[in-house]
Design a protein around this ligand. Structure first.
Ligand code: FAQ
Length: 346
């Protein structure tokens, strides 16, 4: 594997190919005549899912399916918005104008991803405001990963390479999700995430070839972000409460452990190109299975972070809450303006 600064991350082009295939499959599914279950609504839903066509907002769906989608899409949207904080912290301190412009664009993309996802969730009958309130009151979650601090510039590289890398591996299969609005949002998001991963890889590649101190800073960032990135895929399959049902509904296409393994296999090879070490003495390629053996993350730590006890949980939510409160006048002005326009048009 080789890499030229600014180029595609080695071994990641297959994922973009999968996104293109999912996009083609989505178009083909829309053109196929609708699967039907006759008069029976539940049979109709099952037939559409079985035929790999898409459930759309107007279609009947089981209440559990709707709730699962609201939970997952909202959690995903919240992650994008909260995920702006750790990197946003470095925009004013990026080491050059070029790096600053790239990071600014990336963080802006994350806001955009949050908006596509809130819009997808709204098609299921919940409002964005309700979802924000659930985030702020702790009733809905966001990804554990954003509760870790960004201590140095190299952390921005590690987030791009590892966190966006894990996000892509997790999200490419969601381009084939059975719910149309989520699948369509994911196609656009995955294309942008691949640029995000490239910018992180490029930062680390440059640092790893810099001074001794820069190299050490890059290695330290990878050491701190590796296990939290592995934990992003969720609890092990044996403890995942939602996987079986979500896979039966074709919301999730692979289990948490399957995706984690795919991420390890991809990343272990990229680490050798970077010339950085993944902090796992047990990491080893297994000829028999064609996969890398690796040490699992600390799932007790994952559960503690999910339940509010990570290094930055309180800070992240306090920041979000302040942004929500400070933005109240904008929402009120927009609502007053819309009411005035309606009045004038009447
Ligand atoms: N963090 O039964 P499962 C990004 C919860 S976006 C927090 O296995 P499921 C882009 C789970 O909700 C990153 N909570 O659950 C970016 C459930 O709790 P509940 C976000 C977690 O849903 C990059 C319970 O544990 N991506 O990074 C986590 O089948 C850089 C039991 O778990 C997505 O959200 C966790 N790590 O599978 C932005 C992708 N893991 O709801 C900025 C879509 C598990 O019962 C900068 N989501 N939980 O109270 C998914 O694929 C799934 O929801 C999983 C979890 C895989 C996260």
């Amino acid at each position: 594997m080789e890499y030229q600064s600014g180029g595609q991350v080695p071994g990641a082009s297959g994922l973009l190919g999968e996104v293109a295939e999912a996009e083609a499959a989505l178009r083909a599914a829309a053109e196929r005549s609708g699967a039907t279950g006759g008069e029976d609504l539940a049979a109709g839903f099952d037939a559409v899912v079985a035929a790999d066509q898409k459930i759309e907002p107007r279609d009947w769906m089981p209440e559990g399916y709707r709730k699962t989608l609201v939970r997952q899409i909202a959690q995903h949207a919240h992650s994008e918005i909260i995920g702006m904080q750790p990197e946003g912290n470095w925009i004013s301190r990026a080491p050059s104008l070029k790096r600053k412009a790239i990071l600014l664009a990336k963080v802006q993309d994350e806001a955009g991803h949050g908006l596509y996802l809130y819009a997808a969730a709204e098609t299921l009958g919940v409002s964005r405001d309700e979802l924000y309130r659930m985030l702020l009151s702790g009733r809905q979650k966001y990804s554990s990963i954003f509760n870790y601090p960004t201590l140095t510039w190299a952390d921005v590289g590690a987030i791009g390479w590892l966190v966006d890398g894990a996000a892509i591996v997790n999200q490419v299969p969601l381009c084939r999700c059975s719910y149309g609005p989520y699948a369509r949002a994911m196609i656009r998001i995955c294309k942008e995430e691949s640029f995000h991963q490239r910018q992180g890889f490029d930062i680390l590649y440059t640092l790893a070839r810099g001074t001794e101190a820069q190299r050490a800073m890059a290695q330290d960032a990878v050491d701190r972000w590796w296990y939290p990135s592995l934990a992003m895929f969720g609890p092990p399959d044996t403890e995942s409460t939602h996987s079986a049902q979500s896979m039966a509904w074709k919301i999730k296409r692979f289990s948490n452990d399957e995706l984690r393994q795919k991420f390890v296999d991809m990343t272990a090879q990229q680490a050798t190109v970077l010339g950085l070490r993944l902090p796992d003495d047990a990491l080893e390629y297994d000829e028999g299975s064609g996969h890398y053996r690796y040490t699992a993350p600390d799932f007790a730590e994952l559960m503690a972070v999910i339940s509010g006890d990570g290094p930055c949980n309180r800070q992240r939510i306090a920041h979000r809450r302040a942004a929500y409160d400070d933005g109240a006048w904008v929402r009120e002005s927009a609502a007053a303006y819309a009411a005035k326009r309606r009045e004038r048009a009447a």
